[in-house]
Design a protein around this ligand. Structure first.
Ligand SMILES: [Zn+2]
Ligand SMILES: [Zn+2]
Ligand SMILES: [Zn+2]
Length: 278
């Protein structure tokens, strides 16, 4: 499997548009990996994870042909993960030559948000531009050849989930954004399923702050979650551990401060454009 991080920030991005804090000002000065757009990832070039407003920017920057990507799974209905307004671009006169519908998978809360905020939705669906699929925690479904299971997250948006994804060769990854330490139900499910992850992507919104295990995590909670997953037997040999989804409120850490601290504890630090093969 190959995971490409398209956007790696929390809701306000780094630098945040109206912010003069040290992290944001340093990101403006230094640029490069210190600049982060809103959260999105692409698995094996064919499955999108989340659909923020920065999707358009990601497509331009990475040269993505979005008309060739037919499936997208949504974690939850915060604006850095779902921006329904741009799904309107699937309407026939804005998407010439698009042959297959765009399949969007999300919980009831996600689909409600799409229905409320995407203009001309009925027409787009009738024309075959968009297909909405309601998913539920702990009920695996298939998309793009993956077996995908939503697991309950500990997060402040209704019906937030994280995803376990398995490919036909038996590789698996856990995409754990946005969440605090996973709820017992989700850990129990992972244990029972016998799944062994080759990559785990950990929420790290709190960065180097010492506290924070609920709603979001920081490096300390990530270490704790990794230990919990190990204890369940869910970490495969050679598993890659990535910290991702950063904010300017993470104890003053931009990429340049985060990376050495994370490396010392055997985590990769994500940045926009990072590609990991596992
Ligand atoms: Zn987020
Ligand atoms: Zn800031
Ligand atoms: Zn969120």
């Amino acid at each position: 499997m190959k995971l490409k991080y398209l956007g790696t920030a929390a809701a306000e991005a780094v630098p945040a548009p109206f912010c003069r804090c040290g992290v944001c000002e340093r990101a403006r000065e230094k640029g490069g990996r210190n600049v982060r757009t809103r959260s999105q990832a692409l698995l094996d070039g064919r499955l999108l994870i989340d659909f923020p407003a920065d999707t358009y920017l990601h497509a331009l920057r990475e040269g993505l042909r979005l008309y060739d990507i037919s499936s997208c799974i949504i974690t939850h209905c915060h604006s850095d993960h779902l921006y329904p307004g741009d799904l309107w671009c699937l309407i026939s006169y804005a998407a010439h030559g698009k042959e297959r519908p765009f399949n969007l998978y999300g919980t009831g809360a996600v689909l409600e948000m799409v229905k409320a905020q995407c203009e001309d939705l009925e027409q787009i669906i009738k024309e075959g531009g968009l297909c909405l699929h309601e998913i539920r925690p702990f009920e695996p479904f298939e998309a793009e050849g993956y077996r995908i299971t939503a697991l309950k997250a500990d997060h402040g948006a209704p019906e937030s989930v994280v995803y376990a994804l398995e490919d036909p060769e038996g590789k698996a990854m856990l995409y754990a954004h946005d969440t605090g330490l996973l709820p017992g139900e989700s850990l129990e499910y992972i244990k029972k399923s016998g799944i062994k992850f080759s990559l785990v992507s950990y929420d790290c919104t709190n960065g180097l702050l010492e506290h924070g295990e609920r709603n979001h995590m920081g490096l300390n909670a990530d270490i704790k979650l990794r230990d919990m997953l190990r204890e369940l037997g869910a970490i495969g040999e050679g598993c890659v551990h990535v910290v991702n989804h950063f904010s300017h409120n993470g104890g003053g850490a931009g990429y340049d401060e985060m990376e050495p601290a994370a490396r010392e504890r055997d985590f990769l630090t994500s940045y926009d454009g990072l590609e990991v093969e596992f």
